[in-house]
Design a binder for this molecule. Structure first.
Ligand code: KG4
Ligand code: ZN
Length: 338
C-alpha cells in the first residue's frame, strides 16, 4: 500500500519545528529549533521575540526537514499546522507559512490542535493504540483525557489555575534558577530530600480529577519568604525535591485513579513535564503491583516538536476533509470532547 507522507509545522510557543512522518508513526525527519536562549534573559517567553524568531528561521527549517527526510515538497500528501492553543503571533507565523506552502504546491492541509499533538507523541515509533488514559502536562496545560479512539476524547479533569509546568517555572524563578525551570528543579531535586518540607497537595480527594497548583506554588513562596525574614538558611535542593514530590504525587495518584475508574490498563504521558525524572520513577513505582502499563515518550518528543503534529495530521486525513485557506489561529483552541 502507498505510504502516506505528512509534513507537520509547529510554532505555537518558542520552538520552530518542521517534521516529515510516514503513515503517522515513522519519523523521517523532526527538526526542532529551540529559542530558549533568546528568552532566557527575560526569564520567560516574550511573544514578540518568539514570532520574530519563527519568521527568521522557518524557511531554513523546512529545507533541512525535507533534505533530511530525503523527500521533496511534491512527495508530501498532507500538511498539518498547529493553529492553537498557543501565542497568537507565534501561531500565525507557522499557519501563514504553512497555508502558503500548501497553496503553492497544491497540497491539502489541516489545522492541528497542539494538545492533541502532545497525546500523539506516544504514537511515534511505537505500536500503541487507543483506548488509553493520557496525562498531558506542559507549560500551559494540565489535562487528564480518556482517549477512546483517534480523534475521540473525553475530558476527565484539568487544572483550575496554573499548569504543572507553569508551577515548575514560577517556583524555579523564586529559587533564582534559569528558565525553563522544570529541568533545573528536576536536577536539584535529585540532590535534596523530599521528606524535609511538607508542602500541600490540593484537591486530594479520590473522586476529584481536577488539579490545582497555585496554592502549592504560594506555599513554596511563603516558605521562602518566611525563611528569609527569619534569616534562616534555605536548602534549595530540599525545596526543589519537596515541591516536585508534591506535584508528582498528585499527578500520579489522579492518573492511576482515573485509569482504575475507566477500567483502562494503559496510561500515556505527554508534554514537557513528562520529561521529569521524579515523575517517571514515581509512576513506575506505583504501577509495579498493578496490570497497568505506561508509556513516556522520549525526552525530545515530550517537549514541543512537529513530528507529533504530523502524526495527528495523518490520522485526521483518514477521517476528515482538509481545511480551507480562511483557517485562523485560535490562541485558546480546545480539543473537541464527547
Ligand atoms: O510541552 P512543552 O515543551 O511546552 C508547552 O506546550 O507548554 O512544556 C514546557 C514545560 C515548561 O514549563 C518546562 O519547565 C517543563 O515543561 N519541563 C519540565 C521538565 N522539562 C521541561 N518540568 C519538569 N521536569 C522536567 N524535566
Ligand atoms: Zn506543548
Amino acid at each position: 500500500m502507498k505510504k502516506i507522507i505528512t509534513l507537520g509545522i509547529e510554532t505555537s510557543c518558542d520552538e520552530t519545528s518542521i517534521a516529515v512522518v510516514e503513515d503517522g508513526r515513522k519519523v523521517l525527519s523532526n527538526i526542532i529549533l529551540s529559542q530558549i536562549k533568546d528568552h532566557r534573559v527575560f526569564g520567560g517567553v516574550v511573544p514578540e521575540v518568539a514570532s520574530r524568531k519563527h519568521i527568521e528561521n522557518i524557511g531554513k527549517i523546512l529545507n533541512i526537514a525535507l533534505e533530511e527526510s530525503n523527500k521533496q515538497i511534491q512527495d508530501i500528501d498532507y500538511i498539518g499546522i498547529t493553529n492553537g492553543p498557543g501565542l497568537a503571533g507565534a501561531l500565525l507565523v507557522g499557519l501563514s507559512y504553512g497555508k502558503a506552502l500548501a497553496y503553492k504546491n497544491n497540497i491539502p492541509f489541516y489545522g492541528i490542535n497542539h494538545i492533541e499533538g502532545h497525546i500523539y507523541s506516544n504514537f511515534i515509533d511505537t505500536d500503541i493504540k487507543p483506548p488509553f488514559i493520557s496525562l498531558i502536562v506542559s507549560g500551559g496545560h494540565t489535562h487528564l483525557v480518556f482517549v477512546k479512539d483517534y480523534g475521540r476524547y473525553e475530558l476527565i479533569g484539568k487544572t483550575r489555575d496554573d499548569a504543572a509546568g507553569e508551577a515548575f517555572d514560577k517556583v524555579a524563578r523564586a529559587l533564582g534558577l534559569d528558565y525553563p525551570g522544570g529541568p533545573e528543579i528536576d536536577k536539584l531535586a535529585k540532590l535534596g530530600n523530599y521528606n524535609n518540607i511538607d508542602f500541600p497537595k490540593a484537591l486530594n480527594q479520590k473522586d476529584n480529577f481536577d488539579f490545582s497548583f497555585s496554592g502549592l506554588k504560594s506555599s513554596v513562596l511563603n516558605y521562602l519568604n518566611s525563611k528569609k525574614m527569619k534569616n534562616e538558611n534555605i536548602v534549595i535542593e530540599d525545596v526543589a525535591a519537596s515541591f516536585q514530590r508534591s506535584v508528582n504525587e498528585i499527578l500520579v495518584e489522579k492518573t492511576i485513579n482515573s485509569a482504575l475508574k475507566y477500567n483502562q490498563n494503559m496510561i500515556v504521558i505527554a508534554g514537557g513535564v513528562g520529561a521529569n525524572s521524579g515523575l517517571r520513577k514515581l509512576f513506575e513505582e506505583r504501577l509495579r503491583e498493578t496490570n497497568i502499563n505506561i508509556n513516556f515518550p522520549p525526552l525530545k518528543l515530550c517537549t514541543d516538536n512537529a513530528a507529533m503534529i504530523a502524526s495527528v495530521t495523518y490520522y485526521k486525513s483518514l477521517r476528515e476533509k482538509s481545511d480551507k485557506l480562511d483557517l485562523n489561529a485560535i490562541p485558546n483552541l480546545k480539543i473537541q470532547y464527547e
